[in-house]
Design a binder for this molecule. Structure first.
Ligand SMILES: [Zn+2]
Length: 254
């Protein structure tokens, strides 16, 4: 068996483009992606989408502030566990969750994947464990402090030891944001997550209104652009137009 990469869409949000990208106008439809990676040595998810409570009571789950920024479009059957079951994968048999960062739309589904080891950047974990920093960054400890075994990494990390799936530090959006590089037969794919919401974010370096560290985020975009120039395909974090071009599971990304 060779490595396989699958895209899963766990609902979507609608938000103001002006908040998500400098100079943006109007509304943007934001897909909430998660990815399944099947490697001969194990099964991994990159991000897990939103907690199912967001289907019923988003404000109760994510707080008034975040709930006021977005409209939630998230129905039963779209949560990560249901998406896995729909393609005959057992959420209890996922070995690893790589979380890009601790915002609710990336880590909320960890609760539905009980037996996985979490692989996160140490600086993200530490931010999440500090009540003041967590509150400033909009992290909800109930999303990620659930008793999973946690592997804290610092910088690049080769997930299976063969260079095929590598965590890449892309700090800036949050203290310890990371992206994931996946080597397919066709070449490298970089799952950027919120290091780069949109294609335009990369082309025009227009950052969201609210980021943890602007300079670090710009440096991460430079690094993503360098990898793209070297032949990698960048998968943007919440780009609706881009997402329409991505085949959905059970069709593998090739
Ligand atoms: Zn996000």
């Amino acid at each position: 068996m060779s490595l396989k990469l699958f895209a899963l869409t766990c609902g979507h949000l609608t938000g103001d483009l002006g908040y998500l990208m400098e100079g943006g106008e109007g509304k943007a439809e934001l897909p909430i992606p998660a990815y399944l990676i099947e490697h001969p040595k194990g099964t991994a998810l990159f991000d897990t989408g939103m907690h199912p409570d967001c289907q019923r009571d988003p404000a109760g789950r994510v707080g008034q502030r975040a709930a006021g920024l977005f409209s939630f479009h998230f129905r039963p059957g779209e949560e990560i566990s249901a998406r896995l079951e729909a393609i005959d994968r057992d959420p209890a048999r996922v070995d690893i969750i790589v979380n890009s960062h601790f915002h609710f739309d990336h880590v909320g589904g960890n609760a539905l994947v009980p037996n996985a080891v979490m692989v996160v950047q140490q600086r993200e974990w530490e931010a999440g464990m500090d009540p003041d920093i967590a509150a400033q960054r909009g992290f909800n400890r109930a999303d990620f402090d659930l008793g999973h075994k946690v592997i804290q990494i610092d910088g690049e990390h080769d997930l299976f030891g063969d260079g095929s799936v590598v965590c890449l530090p892309t700090y800036g959006h949050t203290p310890g944001h990371q992206s994931l590089k996946v080597r397919l037969a066709s070449g490298d794919v970089v799952l950027a997550a919120d290091a780069c919401y949109f294609c335009q974010t990369l082309r025009e370096r227009r950052l969201p209104q609210r980021v943890y560290d602007r300079e670090a985020m710009l440096a991460s975009l430079v690094e993503l652009a360098r990898r793209e120039a070297a032949g990698a395909r960048i998968f943007f974090g919440h780009d609706g137009e881009f997402w329409k071009t991505v085949p959905q599971a059970p069709t593998a990304i090739i």
